[in-house]
Ligand binder design. Structure first.
Ligand SMILES: [Zn+2]
Length: 306
């Protein structure tokens, strides 16, 4: 579980029963991110200062924003809007985490408008006379129950949902949005105390160190500058930095066919494998790295097979 959260420059969807500590995990994710670089810090400060929300006594923002809007939020509140366009939650979450708890409860339209910013790291608000662009490079961390009652797969409770109810619930999240979420993680129904005290000795400090290390490898690969991350590699960079040997090519091809993956999911798997290999200190992406990345697309099959 914590293993897969090591490198969290990726968008994550956590699926689990109520009480599995999804919210606590999301908050914890924000704390293991590397500190803001001076460039990021200035950008974030500028946004918060423009909307008059700079924290008291903090002339320069140094911690990454953590935004968790309620599911009743309006489209404008989410992406920005108004007669004089004001930034929304996704811009307030720039360089930080946007946590959407109970994802299927959100208005479907306000989720669909996340697609452009998730791809481009910014949002454009169009008006009749002009349009405004705000930065919005946030990490999306979302959570949802496995079914409407929340107990599907929970050994201690009985799920009473019908297949039709489950399908309808899952259907509130569109395939294209799901496609833009890199990691689908099933959070096991265990008490949060067990999750927060991992037996493998991984703690926040060690996790933070892993993230630093992966970031350092990426900085070396892409050179300095914002947005130089495995998770944002272009198709051309994918070809350069993620060559697969024949075995791996076969493995990926089989997974694509078996899981019915889209081209976008294919690229996300490659980006994720690159990071897993980096964390492993390996120049070459191996079959183990690739399989781990494929495993994180488990929901594709369940949701796409509708
Ligand atoms: Zn249920």
């Amino acid at each position: 579980m914590l293993q897969c959260l090591r490198e969290i420059v990726y968008n994550v969807l956590m699926i689990g029963s109520p009480g599995t500590g999804k919210t606590m995990l999301a908050k914890r994710l924000a704390t293991i991110l590397p500190p803001l670089t001076s460039h990021e810090s200035l950008e974030t400060t500028r946004i918060y200062s423009a909307v008059g929300r700079l924290p008291a006594g903090e002339p320069l923002m140094t911690t990454r924003p953590f935004r968790s809007p309620h599911h009743t939020i309006s489209d404008a509140g989410m992406v920005g809007g108004g007669s004089v366009p004001a930034p929304g939650e996704i811009t307030l979450g720039h360089h930080g985490v946007l946590f959407l708890d109970e994802l299927p409860e959100f208005n479907r339209r306000s989720l669909e408008v996340l697609r452009q910013p998730l791809e481009e790291g910014r949002v454009t608000i169009s008006r009749a006379m002009n349009s405004t662009t705000f930065p919005a490079a946030f990490i999306l961390v979302a959570s949802m129950n496995p079914c409407p009652c929340g107990y599907m797969g929970d050994p201690k409770h009985v799920c009473k949902c019908t297949p039709m109810q489950i399908e309808k619930y899952m259907g509130r999240i569109s395939g294209p949005l799901l496609d833009r979420i890199d990691l689908h993680i099933e959070v096991p129904a265990v008490p949060f105390t067990e999750l927060s005290a991992p037996s493998d000795g991984t703690n926040s400090g060690a996790m933070r160190e892993s993230v630093y290390r992966a970031r350092a490898v990426q900085a070396e690969r892409f050179g300095p500058g914002p947005g130089a991350l495995n998770s944002r590699m272009s198709p051309r960079q994918l070809r350069n930095f993620c060559p697969l040997d024949e075995d791996c090519q076969g493995l990926l091809r089989t997974a694509m066919e078996d899981l019915g993956l889209s081209a976008r999911a294919h690229d996300r798997i490659l980006r994720m494998s690159r990071t897993i290999a980096d964390l492993d200190g390996s120049l070459q992406i191996g079959a183990g790295h690739l399989s781990e990345a494929i495993q994180y697309r488990s929901l594709d099959r369940r949701l796409w097979a509708r």
